[in-house]
Write a protein that binds this ligand. Structure first.
Ligand code: BES
Ligand code: MN
Ligand code: ZN
Length: 498
């Protein structure tokens, strides 16, 4: 997909289809008014027939119009003018792309009303436009045997009219958004693949693939079972014990800045299937535990994005990957294991496996003397209870870092909310038999999980993102969402200095 910005009036822009917004009750913004003038009043005449209500997301394609430089005109409902905001703009834009994807339109000129408010400045307007277009055109990498329907013809998106003084900022945003859309596709594809395809070895192969693509700046190392034993990652080894599928510990090192500069380390939970282990989960929706590697996929996609944009920072990705399965050899409730940090853990519930594998990876992060460490994990059902599917949870030991992430989420509409992680919560992990336990009862479950991770990040600037509620959707639209890549991409861009 190519994205371009234009400055001339929409009616003057050449394309296969011009897309304009129409508010409810036929209210027209400046571009729509100019289009109506170019059409000598025929837009108003069409609206006067009353077939098009202008409700958010409603679309109507008009093919036989002369007076425009575009062959077709697509009307998109923007809802009530007084209520128009960023959220409704995002919905309208998505509907417009869906409508275009059903046609043979190759190039489309988007001239929707821009959402009001200072927050969505020119850069973020361009970024969101490209990103939303990519997301709307995403097709699930299903394994259906029937022949695939013809893919959409859409290949060129023109955005305007953009004041010539801000063309640069919009173009920058479009470029960032286009890259994000590509990386999000990688993330979503990995998430959607079933666990019998997307195994720890498959994730490692994907990392190798990235290494081939970005050979100049990216180095990948993969530890197998023997290597993981040598690293003394007793927690990762405990989780993988019950599975026939071999584990991997994947290390990606991206160099975009001078050698001495402290890297950011991103850690991603890579449980390719979480049955719960001996503390077996209930059957309903257990299939969704194939998404339990979305943290890992976020890290791979973030590295892909940084490398694609050649961001000027050093970045390390760490992915502990394994399955969590019940078996005669599986770790049992009450077993005590020794983590790579030397601390002992009483595994009271084998379904709290994410924090176990993350703890060994977080400890591994120390060797980089990182500027900051951020982990991404579909870690707790409790976080879904607390925040639903709208906000990711942010916790950590550095409020400045947490704030940076939350603000990145606000700018990108990939929202996150900080939960309090104070010492009180760590006390709930007390054990009579080991340094601490891996669970602490139901109360504050999202936070006690983070408190467990906090045992392994002392002295590091660390933040944890619980994406259990945001990484995928259930129900009829089951599938990976691509979150929180948009947030992470913005955080990385800023850290790289724009
Ligand atoms: N992967 C799950 C968390 C999860 C559950 C994410 C449902 C999304 C939907 C994680 O490994 C897990 O099982 N967590 C347990 C922790 C509990 C045993 C303390 C949970 O949340 O129930
Ligand atoms: Mn679990
Ligand atoms: Zn899990």
């Amino acid at each position: 997909m190519r994205f371009e910005a234009f400055s001339r009036r929409a009616a003057e822009q050449r394309s296969d289809c011009l897309v304009i917004g129409v508010f409810e009750r036929g209210e027209l913004g400046p571009e729509a008014l100019a289009v109506d003038r170019a059409l000598r009043g025929r837009l108003r005449a069409v609206l006067a027939r009353g077939d098009f209500s202008g409700r958010t997301g409603e679309t109507q394609l008009i093919s036989e119009l002369s007076g425009l430089k575009s062959a077709r005109l697509l009307l998109v409902g923007l809802g009530k003018k007084a209520q128009f905001n960023r959220r409704l703009w995002r919905r309208s834009l998505t509907s417009a792309i869906h409508a275009l994807a059903r046609t043979r339109v190759v190039s489309a000129a988007l001239a929707l009303e821009r959402p009001p408010g200072r927050e969505l400045n020119d850069y973020y307007f361009g970024r969101a436009t490209a990103e939303l277009t990519g997301a709307a055109l995403y097709r699930i990498n299903d394994l259906k045997s029937a022949r695939r329907p013809r893919p959409p013809a859409l290949a060129r998106i023109l955005v305007g009219p953009i004041d010539s003084t801000v063309l640069g900022a919009v173009r920058e945003g479009l470029a960032a958004g286009a890259a994000l859309a590509e990386s999000a596709q990688l993330l979503r594809n990995l998430g959607n693949l079933p666990a019998n395809v997307c195994t720890p070895r498959y994730l490692a192969a994907q990392a190798r693939e990235l290494e081939r693509t970005y050979r100049r700046r990216l180095r990948v190392r993969v530890f197998d079972l023997t290597g993981i034993r040598r690293l003394k990652m007793g927690c990762l080894l405990a989780v993988t014990r019950g599975s026939e599928e071999p584990p991997r510990f994947i290390v990606l090192e991206y160099r975009g800045a001078r050698r001495g500069r402290a890297p950011l380390v991103l850690v991603g939970k890579g449980v390719t299937f979480d049955s719960g282990g001996i503390s077996l989960k209930d059957p309903p929706a257990m299939d969704e535990m194939k998404f339990d590697m979305c943290g890992a996929a976020t890290v791979l996609a973030a590295i892909d994005y940084a490398a694609r944009r050649e961001l000027k920072l050093n970045l390390v990705g760490l992915v502990p990957a394994c399955e969590n399965m019940p078996d005669g050899r599986a770790v049992k409730p009450g077993d005590i294991v020794t983590s790579a940090s030397g601390q002992t853990v009483e595994v009271l519930n084998t379904d709290a496996e994410g924090r176990l594998i993350l703890s060994d990876a977080l400890n591994y992060a120390r060797r980089y003397e990182p500027a900051a460490v951020i982990d991404f994990a579909t870690l707790t059902g409790a976080c879904v209870i607390a925040l639903g599917s709208h906000f990711s949870g942010v916790m950590g030991n550095d409020d400045e870092l947490a704030r940076e992430l939350v603000e990145a989420g606000t700018r990108t509409d990939d929202r996150a909310w900080q939960l309090p992680l104070t010492e009180d919560y760590a006390e709930q992990l007390r054990s009579n038999f080991a340094d601490f336990a891996n669970v602490a009862g139901r109360d504050g479950g999202a936070i006690t999980a983070a408190a467990f991770l906090g045992k392994f990040t002392q002295g590091l600037k660390w933040a944890h993102m619980d994406i259990a509620g945001t990484a995928w959707t259930s129900g009829a639209n089951k599938g990976a969402t691509g979150r929180p890549l948009s947030l992470v991409g913005d955080f990385l861009s800023r850290r790289a200095g724009g």
